[in-house]
Design a protein around this ligand. Sequence first.
Ligand SMILES: Nc1ncnc2c1ncn2[C@@H]1O[C@H](COP(=O)(O)OP(=O)(O)OP(=O)(O)O)[C@@H](O)[C@H]1O
Ligand SMILES: [Mg+2]
Length: 379
Amino acid sequence: MPFFLAGREHEQEVLVRMMGELRRGKAPAHDAAIQGPRGVGKTALLNWAKREGMKTAIRGARDIRAVLLPAFALKTLPKLFRATLGKNVVTGSTRAVETGAGLGLGATHMGGKRVTTATYDGMDEAEWVEALVQSCQNKPLMLLVDEAHTLDLEVGTALLNASQAVRDEAPFMLVLAGTPLLARHLGRMDSSFWSRLDEGDMPVGLLRRLAAMDAIRKPLDTGGVQVDRDALDDIVDDAGCYPYFLQMWGRHALRTLDDDETRLTLAHVERARPVVQQLRNRYYAERWREIVKLQVPQAAAALAGVCSDGARSITRDMAIDSLTEGLALDSARMSADDALENLRLLGYVAEGDSDGSIAAGIPSLMAYVRRRAAASVQS
Ligand SMILES: Nc1ncnc2c1ncn2[C@@H]1O[C@H](COP(=O)(O)OP(=O)(O)OP(=O)(O)O)[C@@H](O)[C@H]1O
Ligand SMILES: [Mg+2]
């Protein structure tokens, strides 16, 4: 199925604006952080940003170097240095020549600048920042780091510090994406990171219904397939606006079409349903195991009860009351506040539509958890 990024217009707008500054040779005033539960489309958004960044510049603007990496590719400082500087360090100062020499590497002259091919093992952070400034002046860099909630502490700290220092002098842009663990993880490296983000703070969650419909309709349309309205409603109801389930539905519904068919009907949806349900149950089972490991299955089920199967958001007080009730049946010695926080970090609950309210991370998962929890009480 061809890909279409639905319902992320706001995030796209912010990122395009930041990239626009890079193309004008300026650094955006802040970093960006995309935080959201698994499967909502953080990686999809980063992939889009990279493609956007790699587009050739128009009207005198500058080309960008767009680098997208998962945090595990940046496990050590030398790896971070290499990823951000590339194979060649272009430098202009004699200081940098020493850097090259210090790295014990071959260096050649190119238009008065010195180009060194480096391994970065001997480089220190200050030298890296200096080289990064020069490299970004030469070509603006947009660095996109996925799974940033797993960034090594030393590497992450160096990266956050460098971002501030380099942005003062050269066009550099940093975008981090991660699960709800991201804020806490980055807080360990730099306590005021989040407060400086400004519009770069981009929480992502379930799609709105119209966007969810687009997520199915538009890519099929690109492939020359029209979707019947009742088939579309059925898919979106079933997937609950959760991108991961939507793409699962789209992929499997499309597979039920014969080569010469160009209309997706309810009959196709019915044909795809068993395999989608099977895959989804496997996914639910995995999430259930996480909740059981936390030792809060009954609390999670009680919370699902007041979310009325996930369809609406509830007040924090309602959430705490239901969790307290459920915790009485669980083996965890944990306060309701801690249970709520842990369930939020798992993505089981998310922020609701009004301030401080709580909503289901994946609505249909809540019904599943209630069933499993009821069964485990009986057995
Ligand atoms: N806005 C969107 N429109 C259409 N499809 C989307 C959208 N966002 C994500 N998807 C699809 O949903 C699936 C899950 O998205 P993705 O892998 O980007 O989520 P994620 O937030 O990175 O999850 P994880 O935390 O597990 O890495 C992918 O198949 C992706 O193509
Ligand atoms: Mg991802």
